[in-house]
Design a protein around this ligand. Structure first.
Ligand code: ADP
Ligand code: ASP
Ligand code: MG
Length: 460
Protein backbone atom coordinates (compact mmCIF):
# COMPACT_ATOMS: atom_id res chain seq x y z
CA UNK A 1 0.00 0.00 0.00
CA UNK A 2 1.27 3.45 -0.95
CA UNK A 3 0.69 6.85 0.62
CA UNK A 4 0.59 9.69 -1.90
CA UNK A 5 0.77 13.33 -0.86
CA UNK A 6 -0.29 16.09 -3.23
CA UNK A 7 0.85 19.61 -2.29
CA UNK A 8 -0.96 22.88 -2.82
CA UNK A 9 0.64 23.29 -6.24
CA UNK A 10 -0.90 19.93 -7.24
CA UNK A 11 -4.42 20.73 -6.07
CA UNK A 12 -4.54 24.43 -6.93
CA UNK A 13 -6.31 24.41 -10.28
CA UNK A 14 -8.79 22.40 -12.33
CA UNK A 15 -5.98 21.29 -14.67
CA UNK A 16 -3.70 20.02 -11.91
CA UNK A 17 -6.60 18.32 -10.12
CA UNK A 18 -7.30 16.43 -13.36
CA UNK A 19 -3.73 15.16 -13.19
CA UNK A 20 -4.20 14.12 -9.55
CA UNK A 21 -7.33 12.21 -10.52
CA UNK A 22 -5.48 10.50 -13.39
CA UNK A 23 -2.49 9.57 -11.22
CA UNK A 24 -4.58 8.06 -8.41
CA UNK A 25 -7.12 6.30 -10.63
CA UNK A 26 -4.35 4.59 -12.60
CA UNK A 27 -2.85 2.95 -9.47
CA UNK A 28 -3.27 -0.79 -9.44
CA UNK A 29 -4.31 -0.98 -5.79
CA UNK A 30 -6.11 1.30 -3.31
CA UNK A 31 -3.92 3.97 -1.73
CA UNK A 32 -4.07 6.68 0.89
CA UNK A 33 -4.03 10.18 -0.57
CA UNK A 34 -3.06 13.14 1.60
CA UNK A 35 -3.82 16.59 0.21
CA UNK A 36 -2.86 20.15 1.06
CA UNK A 37 -5.17 23.14 0.82
CA UNK A 38 -5.68 24.62 -2.67
CA UNK A 39 -2.40 26.31 -3.70
CA UNK A 40 -1.88 29.64 -1.96
CA UNK A 41 -5.00 29.27 0.18
CA UNK A 42 -3.22 28.87 3.54
CA UNK A 43 -1.36 32.16 2.94
CA UNK A 44 -4.65 33.79 1.97
CA UNK A 45 -6.46 32.46 5.07
CA UNK A 46 -3.71 33.83 7.32
CA UNK A 47 -3.48 37.21 5.58
CA UNK A 48 -7.26 37.63 5.70
CA UNK A 49 -7.32 36.73 9.40
CA UNK A 50 -4.65 39.31 10.22
CA UNK A 51 -6.30 41.88 7.99
CA UNK A 52 -9.70 41.25 9.58
CA UNK A 53 -8.17 41.74 13.02
CA UNK A 54 -6.51 45.07 12.22
CA UNK A 55 -9.20 46.27 9.86
CA UNK A 56 -6.92 46.49 6.82
CA UNK A 57 -8.68 43.83 4.72
CA UNK A 58 -12.25 43.50 3.49
CA UNK A 59 -12.79 39.97 4.81
CA UNK A 60 -16.20 39.68 3.15
CA UNK A 61 -14.68 40.28 -0.28
CA UNK A 62 -11.91 37.76 0.44
CA UNK A 63 -14.51 35.24 1.57
CA UNK A 64 -16.44 35.73 -1.66
CA UNK A 65 -13.29 34.96 -3.67
CA UNK A 66 -12.51 31.88 -1.54
CA UNK A 67 -16.09 30.64 -2.02
CA UNK A 68 -15.97 31.20 -5.77
CA UNK A 69 -12.66 29.37 -6.12
CA UNK A 70 -13.91 26.26 -4.32
CA UNK A 71 -17.29 26.33 -6.04
CA UNK A 72 -15.67 26.55 -9.48
CA UNK A 73 -13.65 23.41 -8.78
CA UNK A 74 -16.70 21.58 -7.42
CA UNK A 75 -18.85 22.58 -10.41
CA UNK A 76 -16.19 21.56 -12.92
CA UNK A 77 -14.82 18.35 -11.44
CA UNK A 78 -17.20 16.77 -8.92
CA UNK A 79 -19.57 14.30 -10.61
CA UNK A 80 -23.25 15.36 -10.71
CA UNK A 81 -24.54 12.82 -8.19
CA UNK A 82 -22.09 14.04 -5.51
CA UNK A 83 -22.13 17.75 -6.30
CA UNK A 84 -24.95 18.82 -3.97
CA UNK A 85 -23.65 16.98 -0.96
CA UNK A 86 -20.07 18.25 -1.50
CA UNK A 87 -21.35 21.80 -2.02
CA UNK A 88 -23.36 21.46 1.20
CA UNK A 89 -20.38 20.25 3.24
CA UNK A 90 -18.03 22.89 1.84
CA UNK A 91 -20.60 25.64 2.29
CA UNK A 92 -21.08 24.71 5.94
CA UNK A 93 -17.32 25.10 6.43
CA UNK A 94 -17.23 28.38 4.50
CA UNK A 95 -20.05 29.74 6.68
CA UNK A 96 -18.14 28.85 9.83
CA UNK A 97 -15.02 30.49 8.40
CA UNK A 98 -16.96 33.66 7.53
CA UNK A 99 -18.26 33.78 11.11
CA UNK A 100 -14.76 33.43 12.49
CA UNK A 101 -13.55 36.33 10.32
CA UNK A 102 -16.50 38.42 11.46
CA UNK A 103 -15.68 37.62 15.10
CA UNK A 104 -12.01 38.49 14.64
CA UNK A 105 -12.93 41.78 12.96
CA UNK A 106 -15.32 42.66 15.79
CA UNK A 107 -12.88 42.02 18.61
CA UNK A 108 -9.89 43.39 16.64
CA UNK A 109 -7.83 40.52 17.89
CA UNK A 110 -6.51 37.26 16.50
CA UNK A 111 -5.86 34.70 19.26
CA UNK A 112 -3.44 31.96 18.09
CA UNK A 113 -6.08 29.25 18.62
CA UNK A 114 -8.51 31.10 16.38
CA UNK A 115 -5.87 31.41 13.67
CA UNK A 116 -5.22 27.66 13.87
CA UNK A 117 -8.93 27.03 13.47
CA UNK A 118 -9.11 29.41 10.52
CA UNK A 119 -6.19 27.83 8.63
CA UNK A 120 -7.57 24.33 9.17
CA UNK A 121 -10.40 25.01 6.72
CA UNK A 122 -7.98 24.86 3.79
CA UNK A 123 -7.28 21.14 4.12
CA UNK A 124 -10.72 20.34 5.53
CA UNK A 125 -12.32 21.65 2.34
CA UNK A 126 -9.77 20.43 -0.21
CA UNK A 127 -9.83 16.87 1.14
CA UNK A 128 -13.64 16.63 0.87
CA UNK A 129 -13.48 17.94 -2.70
CA UNK A 130 -10.60 15.71 -3.85
CA UNK A 131 -12.27 12.63 -2.34
CA UNK A 132 -15.32 13.36 -4.49
CA UNK A 133 -13.25 13.92 -7.64
CA UNK A 134 -11.42 10.57 -7.47
CA UNK A 135 -13.59 7.70 -8.65
CA UNK A 136 -14.74 5.51 -5.75
CA UNK A 137 -12.61 7.28 -3.11
CA UNK A 138 -13.67 7.69 0.52
CA UNK A 139 -12.96 10.70 2.71
CA UNK A 140 -11.42 10.38 6.17
CA UNK A 141 -11.16 13.33 8.60
CA UNK A 142 -7.54 13.67 9.71
CA UNK A 143 -8.61 15.65 12.78
CA UNK A 144 -9.75 12.28 14.14
CA UNK A 145 -6.30 10.69 14.06
CA UNK A 146 -3.55 13.32 13.75
CA UNK A 147 -2.97 14.49 17.32
CA UNK A 148 -0.57 17.00 18.81
CA UNK A 149 0.63 17.68 22.33
CA UNK A 150 2.01 20.86 23.89
CA UNK A 151 5.77 20.96 24.20
CA UNK A 152 7.01 24.18 25.78
CA UNK A 153 4.98 26.70 23.79
CA UNK A 154 4.65 24.64 20.62
CA UNK A 155 2.34 21.94 19.28
CA UNK A 156 4.23 18.82 18.32
CA UNK A 157 3.00 15.56 16.82
CA UNK A 158 2.10 12.95 19.41
CA UNK A 159 3.59 10.02 17.52
CA UNK A 160 2.27 7.27 19.76
CA UNK A 161 -1.36 8.43 19.75
CA UNK A 162 -1.20 9.02 16.00
CA UNK A 163 0.08 5.51 15.40
CA UNK A 164 -2.71 3.95 17.44
CA UNK A 165 -5.44 6.10 15.93
CA UNK A 166 -4.25 5.70 12.34
CA UNK A 167 -4.25 1.93 12.76
CA UNK A 168 -7.78 2.07 14.17
CA UNK A 169 -8.99 4.25 11.29
CA UNK A 170 -7.48 2.43 8.36
CA UNK A 171 -8.29 -1.23 8.06
CA UNK A 172 -5.80 -2.94 5.76
CA UNK A 173 -6.02 -4.03 3.06
CA UNK A 174 -7.87 -0.92 1.89
CA UNK A 175 -11.02 -1.50 -0.12
CA UNK A 176 -10.97 1.91 -1.82
CA UNK A 177 -8.69 4.90 -2.14
CA UNK A 178 -8.92 7.07 0.97
CA UNK A 179 -8.40 10.84 0.82
CA UNK A 180 -7.54 12.87 3.90
CA UNK A 181 -6.27 16.37 4.69
CA UNK A 182 -2.63 17.04 5.53
CA UNK A 183 -1.25 19.57 8.03
CA UNK A 184 -4.25 19.78 10.37
CA UNK A 185 -4.50 18.16 13.80
CA UNK A 186 -6.20 18.30 17.15
CA UNK A 187 -4.64 18.67 20.57
CA UNK A 188 -4.88 15.25 22.21
CA UNK A 189 -5.87 16.70 25.60
CA UNK A 190 -8.11 19.67 24.78
CA UNK A 191 -9.39 18.69 21.32
CA UNK A 192 -8.68 22.20 20.01
CA UNK A 193 -7.67 22.36 16.37
CA UNK A 194 -3.92 22.66 15.82
CA UNK A 195 -1.53 21.87 12.99
CA UNK A 196 1.88 20.41 12.24
CA UNK A 197 3.45 23.68 11.06
CA UNK A 198 3.67 25.32 7.65
CA UNK A 199 4.40 22.78 4.94
CA UNK A 200 3.22 20.06 7.33
CA UNK A 201 1.12 17.99 4.89
CA UNK A 202 4.27 16.06 3.99
CA UNK A 203 4.60 15.15 7.66
CA UNK A 204 0.98 13.95 7.89
CA UNK A 205 1.62 11.63 4.95
CA UNK A 206 4.82 10.31 6.54
CA UNK A 207 3.10 9.70 9.89
CA UNK A 208 0.36 7.68 8.18
CA UNK A 209 2.87 5.77 6.03
CA UNK A 210 4.90 4.92 9.11
CA UNK A 211 1.93 3.85 11.25
CA UNK A 212 0.68 1.51 8.53
CA UNK A 213 4.08 0.25 7.34
CA UNK A 214 3.32 1.47 3.82
CA UNK A 215 5.41 0.20 0.89
CA UNK A 216 6.34 3.73 -0.12
CA UNK A 217 5.61 7.41 0.38
CA UNK A 218 5.17 9.51 -2.75
CA UNK A 219 5.43 13.29 -2.50
CA UNK A 220 3.80 14.76 -5.61
CA UNK A 221 4.77 18.38 -6.21
CA UNK A 222 5.51 20.86 -9.02
CA UNK A 223 9.13 20.00 -9.89
CA UNK A 224 10.63 16.90 -11.52
CA UNK A 225 12.26 15.72 -8.32
CA UNK A 226 14.63 16.73 -5.55
CA UNK A 227 17.15 18.92 -7.31
CA UNK A 228 20.81 19.71 -6.75
CA UNK A 229 19.74 23.22 -5.63
CA UNK A 230 16.57 25.31 -5.39
CA UNK A 231 15.61 25.64 -9.07
CA UNK A 232 14.24 29.14 -8.46
CA UNK A 233 17.74 30.28 -7.48
CA UNK A 234 19.87 28.00 -9.64
CA UNK A 235 18.16 27.54 -13.02
CA UNK A 236 20.58 24.83 -14.15
CA UNK A 237 20.01 22.69 -11.05
CA UNK A 238 19.31 19.10 -12.05
CA UNK A 239 17.21 16.31 -10.62
CA UNK A 240 18.96 13.99 -8.16
CA UNK A 241 17.89 10.49 -9.24
CA UNK A 242 18.67 8.79 -5.93
CA UNK A 243 19.71 9.99 -2.51
CA UNK A 244 19.73 8.78 1.09
CA UNK A 245 17.32 9.67 3.91
CA UNK A 246 20.13 11.46 5.72
CA UNK A 247 21.01 13.52 2.66
CA UNK A 248 17.41 14.56 2.09
CA UNK A 249 17.04 15.42 5.76
CA UNK A 250 20.13 17.60 5.73
CA UNK A 251 19.18 19.41 2.53
CA UNK A 252 15.71 20.09 3.92
CA UNK A 253 16.99 21.24 7.32
CA UNK A 254 19.19 23.68 5.43
CA UNK A 255 16.31 25.15 3.45
CA UNK A 256 15.33 22.87 0.55
CA UNK A 257 11.59 23.50 0.72
CA UNK A 258 10.68 20.43 -1.31
CA UNK A 259 10.04 18.31 1.83
CA UNK A 260 9.08 19.56 5.30
CA UNK A 261 12.06 18.44 7.44
CA UNK A 262 10.28 16.38 10.17
CA UNK A 263 8.76 14.23 7.39
CA UNK A 264 11.87 12.14 6.94
CA UNK A 265 12.20 10.68 10.47
CA UNK A 266 9.07 8.49 10.63
CA UNK A 267 9.68 6.87 7.26
CA UNK A 268 13.44 6.60 7.78
CA UNK A 269 12.74 4.68 11.02
CA UNK A 270 10.65 2.15 9.12
CA UNK A 271 12.89 2.19 6.05
CA UNK A 272 9.98 3.20 3.80
CA UNK A 273 11.29 4.66 0.53
CA UNK A 274 10.21 8.16 -0.50
CA UNK A 275 9.68 9.26 -4.09
CA UNK A 276 9.49 12.88 -5.15
CA UNK A 277 7.36 13.17 -8.30
CA UNK A 278 5.87 15.88 -10.48
CA UNK A 279 2.07 16.10 -10.73
CA UNK A 280 2.44 18.20 -13.87
CA UNK A 281 4.84 15.70 -15.46
CA UNK A 282 3.94 12.28 -14.04
CA UNK A 283 6.10 10.38 -16.51
CA UNK A 284 9.34 11.89 -15.14
CA UNK A 285 11.23 9.34 -13.01
CA UNK A 286 11.61 11.74 -10.06
CA UNK A 287 13.87 11.17 -7.06
CA UNK A 288 14.09 8.01 -4.99
CA UNK A 289 15.11 8.38 -1.33
CA UNK A 290 16.27 5.24 0.50
CA UNK A 291 18.84 4.30 3.10
CA UNK A 292 21.16 2.77 0.57
CA UNK A 293 24.25 4.89 0.09
CA UNK A 294 26.45 2.11 -1.25
CA UNK A 295 25.47 2.40 -4.88
CA UNK A 296 25.29 6.18 -5.05
CA UNK A 297 27.82 8.28 -6.97
CA UNK A 298 30.58 9.74 -4.85
CA UNK A 299 29.85 13.28 -6.01
CA UNK A 300 28.16 15.89 -3.82
CA UNK A 301 24.40 15.35 -3.78
CA UNK A 302 23.18 18.91 -3.50
CA UNK A 303 23.50 22.39 -2.04
CA UNK A 304 20.93 24.39 -0.13
CA UNK A 305 20.67 27.60 1.80
CA UNK A 306 18.78 29.32 4.58
CA UNK A 307 18.47 33.07 4.80
CA UNK A 308 17.57 35.33 7.74
CA UNK A 309 20.21 33.81 9.98
CA UNK A 310 21.78 35.27 13.13
CA UNK A 311 24.99 34.18 14.77
CA UNK A 312 25.37 34.31 18.55
CA UNK A 313 28.98 34.26 19.67
CA UNK A 314 30.34 33.46 23.10
CA UNK A 315 33.89 34.64 23.75
CA UNK A 316 36.15 33.83 26.64
CA UNK A 317 38.03 31.11 28.46
CA UNK A 318 34.94 28.96 29.02
CA UNK A 319 34.67 28.20 25.28
CA UNK A 320 37.83 26.12 25.38
CA UNK A 321 35.73 23.46 27.11
CA UNK A 322 33.85 22.81 23.88
CA UNK A 323 31.90 19.67 24.90
CA UNK A 324 30.46 21.32 27.99
CA UNK A 325 29.61 24.64 26.35
CA UNK A 326 28.10 22.81 23.42
CA UNK A 327 25.90 20.50 25.44
CA UNK A 328 24.69 23.24 27.79
CA UNK A 329 23.87 25.44 24.81
CA UNK A 330 22.05 22.68 22.93
CA UNK A 331 20.05 21.61 25.96
CA UNK A 332 19.03 25.17 26.74
CA UNK A 333 17.96 25.78 23.13
CA UNK A 334 16.08 22.48 22.94
CA UNK A 335 14.14 23.33 26.09
CA UNK A 336 13.03 26.55 24.44
CA UNK A 337 12.19 24.81 21.17
CA UNK A 338 14.87 26.78 19.28
CA UNK A 339 16.63 25.02 16.40
CA UNK A 340 20.36 25.52 16.09
CA UNK A 341 21.48 25.20 12.49
CA UNK A 342 25.16 24.98 13.05
CA UNK A 343 27.98 25.46 15.46
CA UNK A 344 31.37 26.98 14.83
CA UNK A 345 34.18 26.86 17.30
CA UNK A 346 37.54 28.58 17.22
CA UNK A 347 39.93 27.63 19.95
CA UNK A 348 42.51 30.22 19.00
CA UNK A 349 40.20 33.20 19.38
CA UNK A 350 38.35 31.51 22.28
CA UNK A 351 35.02 31.75 20.57
CA UNK A 352 32.00 29.52 20.13
CA UNK A 353 29.11 30.47 17.84
CA UNK A 354 25.70 29.11 17.04
CA UNK A 355 23.70 30.04 13.95
CA UNK A 356 19.93 30.18 14.18
CA UNK A 357 16.92 31.97 12.75
CA UNK A 358 17.05 35.73 13.26
CA UNK A 359 13.60 35.65 14.83
CA UNK A 360 14.88 33.28 17.54
CA UNK A 361 18.01 35.35 18.29
CA UNK A 362 16.73 37.72 21.03
CA UNK A 363 15.22 34.85 23.03
CA UNK A 364 18.27 32.65 22.46
CA UNK A 365 20.64 35.40 23.66
CA UNK A 366 18.58 35.86 26.81
CA UNK A 367 18.63 32.11 27.46
CA UNK A 368 22.40 31.97 27.02
CA UNK A 369 22.87 34.90 29.40
CA UNK A 370 20.90 32.99 32.03
CA UNK A 371 22.61 29.67 31.33
CA UNK A 372 26.09 31.17 31.50
CA UNK A 373 25.39 33.74 34.24
CA UNK A 374 28.03 32.25 36.59
CA UNK A 375 30.73 32.38 33.89
CA UNK A 376 29.67 35.90 32.87
CA UNK A 377 30.11 37.14 36.41
CA UNK A 378 33.38 35.29 36.98
CA UNK A 379 34.81 36.64 33.71
CA UNK A 380 35.29 33.19 32.18
CA UNK A 381 32.81 34.35 29.61
CA UNK A 382 33.66 37.81 28.31
CA UNK A 383 30.46 38.39 26.43
CA UNK A 384 27.71 37.20 24.14
CA UNK A 385 27.30 39.03 20.87
CA UNK A 386 24.59 38.73 18.24
CA UNK A 387 25.08 39.42 14.53
CA UNK A 388 22.21 39.34 12.09
CA UNK A 389 21.81 39.57 8.30
CA UNK A 390 23.48 36.26 7.52
CA UNK A 391 22.76 33.14 5.53
CA UNK A 392 23.95 29.56 5.72
CA UNK A 393 25.00 27.52 2.73
CA UNK A 394 25.16 23.73 3.03
CA UNK A 395 26.90 21.18 0.83
CA UNK A 396 25.46 17.70 1.37
CA UNK A 397 26.52 14.15 0.72
CA UNK A 398 26.61 11.27 3.13
CA UNK A 399 30.13 10.94 4.45
CA UNK A 400 31.14 14.33 3.05
CA UNK A 401 33.02 15.35 6.16
CA UNK A 402 35.29 12.38 5.73
CA UNK A 403 36.21 13.64 2.25
CA UNK A 404 39.38 15.50 2.74
CA UNK A 405 39.51 19.07 1.64
CA UNK A 406 35.88 19.89 0.86
CA UNK A 407 35.74 22.55 3.58
CA UNK A 408 38.94 24.13 2.28
CA UNK A 409 37.68 23.94 -1.28
CA UNK A 410 34.47 25.66 -0.24
CA UNK A 411 36.38 28.35 1.60
CA UNK A 412 38.71 28.93 -1.37
CA UNK A 413 35.88 29.01 -3.92
CA UNK A 414 34.10 31.70 -1.94
CA UNK A 415 36.97 33.84 -0.71
CA UNK A 416 38.58 33.89 -4.17
CA UNK A 417 35.44 35.69 -5.38
CA UNK A 418 35.50 38.15 -2.50
CA UNK A 419 32.83 36.46 -0.40
CA UNK A 420 33.55 36.55 3.33
CA UNK A 421 33.10 33.21 5.06
CA UNK A 422 32.03 34.12 8.58
CA UNK A 423 32.06 30.56 9.85
CA UNK A 424 32.59 27.03 8.62
CA UNK A 425 30.58 24.26 10.27
CA UNK A 426 31.65 21.95 13.01
CA UNK A 427 28.17 20.50 13.13
CA UNK A 428 27.08 17.12 14.31
CA UNK A 429 26.21 15.67 10.93
CA UNK A 430 28.79 13.84 8.91
CA UNK A 431 26.73 14.55 5.78
CA UNK A 432 27.06 18.33 5.66
CA UNK A 433 29.69 21.00 5.34
CA UNK A 434 28.14 24.41 5.93
CA UNK A 435 29.37 27.97 5.65
CA UNK A 436 27.95 31.18 7.09
CA UNK A 437 28.08 34.18 4.74
CA UNK A 438 26.53 37.63 4.64
CA UNK A 439 22.97 37.47 3.39
CA UNK A 440 23.69 39.73 0.40
CA UNK A 441 26.27 37.20 -0.86
CA UNK A 442 24.16 34.06 -0.62
CA UNK A 443 22.86 33.82 -4.18
CA UNK A 444 26.30 34.36 -5.70
CA UNK A 445 27.78 31.93 -3.17
CA UNK A 446 25.21 29.26 -4.09
CA UNK A 447 25.93 29.73 -7.78
CA UNK A 448 29.68 29.52 -7.29
CA UNK A 449 29.48 26.45 -5.10
CA UNK A 450 26.92 24.72 -7.34
CA UNK A 451 29.15 25.38 -10.37
CA UNK A 452 32.20 24.17 -8.54
CA UNK A 453 30.97 21.02 -6.79
CA UNK A 454 28.01 19.92 -8.90
CA UNK A 455 27.96 21.31 -12.42
CA UNK A 456 31.55 20.33 -12.96
CA UNK A 457 30.82 16.69 -12.06
CA UNK A 458 29.15 14.37 -14.58
CA UNK A 459 25.35 13.96 -14.39
CA UNK A 460 24.30 10.54 -13.15
P1 ADP B 1 4.04 21.64 -2.43
O1 ADP B 1 2.92 22.61 -2.62
O2 ADP B 1 3.97 20.52 -3.41
O3 ADP B 1 4.21 21.18 -1.02
P2 ADP B 1 6.42 23.29 -2.06
O4 ADP B 1 6.35 24.66 -2.63
O5 ADP B 1 6.28 23.12 -0.60
O6 ADP B 1 5.34 22.42 -2.87
O7 ADP B 1 7.79 22.57 -2.50
C1 ADP B 1 8.17 22.48 -3.84
C2 ADP B 1 9.08 23.64 -4.20
O8 ADP B 1 10.30 23.51 -3.47
C3 ADP B 1 9.53 23.66 -5.63
O9 ADP B 1 8.59 24.33 -6.44
C4 ADP B 1 10.85 24.40 -5.57
O10 ADP B 1 10.70 25.73 -5.95
C5 ADP B 1 11.25 24.36 -4.10
N1 ADP B 1 12.59 23.82 -3.87
C6 ADP B 1 13.53 24.36 -3.07
N2 ADP B 1 14.65 23.66 -3.09
C7 ADP B 1 14.45 22.61 -3.92
C8 ADP B 1 15.24 21.51 -4.34
N3 ADP B 1 16.48 21.33 -3.92
N4 ADP B 1 14.68 20.63 -5.21
C9 ADP B 1 13.42 20.80 -5.66
N5 ADP B 1 12.63 21.82 -5.28
C10 ADP B 1 13.13 22.73 -4.43
N1 ASP C 1 -1.37 24.11 3.54
C1 ASP C 1 -0.29 24.10 4.50
C2 ASP C 1 0.71 25.19 4.19
O1 ASP C 1 0.54 25.90 3.20
C3 ASP C 1 0.38 22.76 4.61
C4 ASP C 1 1.07 22.28 3.35
O2 ASP C 1 0.81 22.80 2.27
O3 ASP C 1 1.87 21.34 3.46
O4 ASP C 1 1.63 25.38 4.92
MG1 MG D 1 5.38 21.74 0.67
Amino acid sequence: MKVLKFGGTSVGTVESLRNVKGIVESLDEPAIVVVSALGGLTDKLIATARGAADGSVDHRAEMAAIRARHQHIIDTLVPGQLRDSVTGRVNAMLNELANLYLGVSLINELPPKTLDRIVSFGERMSSVIVAAIIDGAEHRDSLEFIKTERWHDRNIADRRTIETKVREQFGLPLKNHVVTGGFIARDRDTDTITNLGRGGSDFTAALIASALDADSLEIWTDVDGFMTADPRIIPDARVIPHMTFVESMELCLFGAKVIYPPTIYPVFNKNIPIRILNTHNPAAPGTLITDNSAELPTTVRGVSSVRGIAMLTLTGQVTSNFPEVNSRTFNAMARAGIDVLLVTHDDESRSYSISLKESDAPKAAEILRTEFAPELSSGDLKGISADTGMAVLAVVREGVRKLSGLGTRLLNTLTREGIDVLGLSDGASEATVAAVVNDQDIIRALQLVHDSVIKSSPAK
